[in-house]
Design a protein around this ligand. Structure first.
Ligand code: CU
Length: 152
């Protein structure tokens, strides 16, 4: 019994040290999600969602997939020259952020199981390459809602 116990204690110590971030560049990403909202969809089958993912860590992470109870599939789209296209994953740069906003990156909810209405909250789970899944409560706003601009 002694050997497994000693091994577990050693692993715990290693994890604790890694969590401190010694400045050797082995500190992981530190993600926070803000400003999430979904404009009330006009379509019965499709909705868009917007949010900002901020990374205060010193390592890049990647958004690899998105899931939600209300949709059969959720995909990540980017807009290039007014045309949107699906992207398989999206980098969240170290000490940076990615912004999903109207006319730019957006989440696309397809095969809706119910049609979200203003005042509802949609639960969305963001899956990352390194960080554990992040659950986001996304409020449903008016179809014409746009968030207040934080400068340009
Ligand atoms: Cu799209």
């Amino acid at each position: 019994m002694r050997r497994p116990a000693a091994l577990a204690a050693g692993l715990g110590l290693a994890l604790a040290l890694a969590g401190c971030g010694s400045g050797d560049g082995d500190q992981g990403p530190e993600l926070t999600v803000s400003g999430a909202y979904m404009p009330q969809p006009v379509s019965d089958s499709m909705a868009a969602g917007f949010l900002t993912i901020t990374n205060d860590g010193s390592a890049q992470d990647r958004l690899t997939s998105v899931t939600s109870d209300i949709a059969g599939t959720v995909t990540v789209h980017e807009t290039v020259d007014s045309a949107m296209r699906e992207v398989k994953n999206l980098a969240v740069p170290a000490d940076g952020s990615i912004v999903f906003r109207s006319g730019g990156n957006h989440l696309m909810f397809e095969k809706l199981k119910q049609k979200p209405k203003q005042g509802d909250t949609v639960t969305v789970v963001l899956h990352f390459a390194d960080t554990d899944p992040v659950t986001v409560e996304m409020p449903v706003k008016a179809a014409t809602y746009t968030p207040a601009a934080h400068g340009h």
